[in-house]
Design a protein around this ligand. Structure first.
Ligand code: GLU
Length: 494
């Protein structure tokens, strides 16, 4: 029997700076899958140490997005039963701004161990240093001036309340080796690393210190995060070593890309999950799409459609792509359309109602609305498509008379044809798409008419559009009474 790996604890650790990027949702999903696959715990930690970048309401928004996706955290920042933001779990607080004392204590420990040092350099000095390094085409990094202050000098400056930061004392001439679960071995010479700031002058930790302290104290076993943090990982590994802690395992996820293989940007389309929710993408479809965009299930399978449950069984980090994956919007639309068509019609109708608007639907019977949606869903890519395409089912279409005239016909002929057609349809007994179509096509040829000159004006009369579902499908949904009324309205226009 295969034993479950024990106590997998993963965290999704976003900074609450506004909307949720689709790449963040992918990171949340892959963390969640890794946890569920191993019977582990999915934790949400809020990384809000960069106070200048905070956006009010971001945490609540983030939790709403996770709830929409069905990825509620098991531990950490989460909604309580009443839908209020709270924290649960025994390793809290899970919001970094509530943990400042903890970071101070650990920064002090690093100083005491000579693994970090006070730096009193002014902003002016650092700016000049950087400008000079840039001019000389050197690596821009701190030159280590304050590494060499004596204990007395430091004590004196502290006594004089000089402003300071605490920097990591990165060893020189070494190599840090990261065993990344996705990328394999990645090596970093320590001479390329900066003595990064760990504690800022305002008493807040930087990301580097906070992330290591928290991942350790929260007993995180796997750090699964975006590729942009890969260059920071050697600093983190060095900090684990400085503290004498065992580092978690790391997996760095590749960026999502635009079609031109640049990093996914707003310029080329939506990147905020909230925008996809608003347009009516289904969570199951979005997760399915994100799962197969950055991961493949292995050779010998062409399968592209997965439920979340199935993904939680099949997912594995070693099959996550090492190189960036294109965020293919057409594929997302295709998957979403597929999920839409698989929904029960009552369920789909419920989901479509907000897009149709109550005022549009008026007091139409629910069977009528369901029929409209059943017809439209064949073409739907997202729920919001319903509002553009179905207006004519709920209010009388408006269109210019000229639209009724087929390209090979004229106004007079069109009028005569519609009058005859209305007469014929008035006598049809079996009012459903198939019977209507069979009877009408036979009648058209008996009359010596053509399909084009008859069905074009019929469809325009019923829909007011030059593109729409076919005339018999629409007539079926509208019913005999409305169909005849619309044909008569068209005749009156000509
Ligand atoms: N707070 C970082 C972010 O906003 C997360 C970094 C990490 O997961 O280590 O993306």
């Amino acid at each position: 029997m295969k034993l479950k790996s024990q106590n997998v604890r993963v965290r999704f650790a976003p900074s609450p700076t506004g909307f949720v990027h689709v790449g963040s949702l992918l990171a949340a999903l892959y963390n969640w899958l890794e946890a569920k696959k191993n019977g582990g715990v999915f934790i949400l930690r809020v990384e809000d140490t960069d106070q200048a970048r905070l956006v009010e309401g971001s945490v609540e928004n983030l939790l709403k997005v996770l709830r929409w996706a069905g990825l509620d955290p098991d531990e950490g920042v989460s909604f309580d039963k009443a839908g209020k933001v709270t924290e649960k779990g025994e390793f809290g607080p899970y919001t970094q701004s509530k943990r400042l004392d903890i970071y101070r204590q650990y920064a002090k420990e690093l100083i005491d161990k000579d693994e970090a040092y006070y730096c009193f350099c002014t902003k002016d000095r650092l700016d000049t240093l950087r400008a000079e390094q840039e001019k000389n085409k050197q690596l821009t990094k701190y030159d280590g001036l304050c590494r060499h202050l004596t204990e007395d000098e430091v004590a004196e400056k502290l006594k004089n309340q000089e402003s300071f930061v605490i920097r990591q004392k990165v060893p020189t001439g070494q190599e840090v080796v990261l065993h990344d679960l996705i990328r394999g071995e990645v090596k970093f010479p320590t001479d390329s690393l900066d003595d990064s700031v760990l504690m800022k002058s305002d008493g807040f930790p930087t990301y580097h210190l906070a992330v290591v302290v928290d991942d350790h104290l929260m007993q995180i076993t796997h750090v699964i995060r975006a590729q942009e943090w890969l260059p920071s990982s050697p600093k983190h590994l060095l900090l684990y070593k400085s503290f004498g802690w065992t580092a978690p395992q790391f997996a760095h996820l590749s960026h999502l890309l635009n079609k031109d293989r640049s990093k996914l940007s707003k310029r080329q389309g939506d990147v905020a999950v909230e925008d996809y929710i608003k347009s009516g993408y289904l969570p199951e479809a979005m997760l399915n799409f994100l799962a197969i965009t950055g991961w493949n299930p292995g050779e010998g399978t062409e399968q592209e459609i997965y439920s979340l449950k199935e993904l939680a069984k099949k997912f594995s980090l070693d099959r996550v792509h090492k190189t960036g994956a294109v965020f293919d919007r057409e594929k997302l639309d295709w998957i979403n359309g597929l999920y839409i068509r698989n929904l029960d019609i009552k369920e789909l109708t419920k989901l479509c109602l907000p897009y149709l608007g109550e005022s549009v639907i008026g007091n139409q019977k629910s069977e009528y609305v369901e029929k409209v949606i059943a017809l439209e869903r064949e073409r739907m890519k997202k729920l919001s498509d319903i509002s553009e395409s179905t207006g004519f089912f709920f209010s009388e279409p408006e269109y210019p008379a000229a639209m009724l005239v087929w390209k090979k016909s004229d106004q007079e002929k069109t009028k005569a044809t519609l009058i005859k057609l209305a007469g014929f349809l008035g006598g049809v007994k079996k009012w459903n798409k198939t019977d209507l179509e069979t009877a009408a096509i036979a009648w058209i040829s008996e009359q010596g008419l053509t399909n084009g000159e008859t069905l074009w004006p019929m469809r325009v009369a019923l829909t007011g559009k030059d593109k729409s579902p076919g005339p018999f499908e629409v007539a079926d949904v509208l019913g005999a009474e409305k169909t005849l009324a619309r044909l008569n309205a068209a005749i009156a226009k000509l």
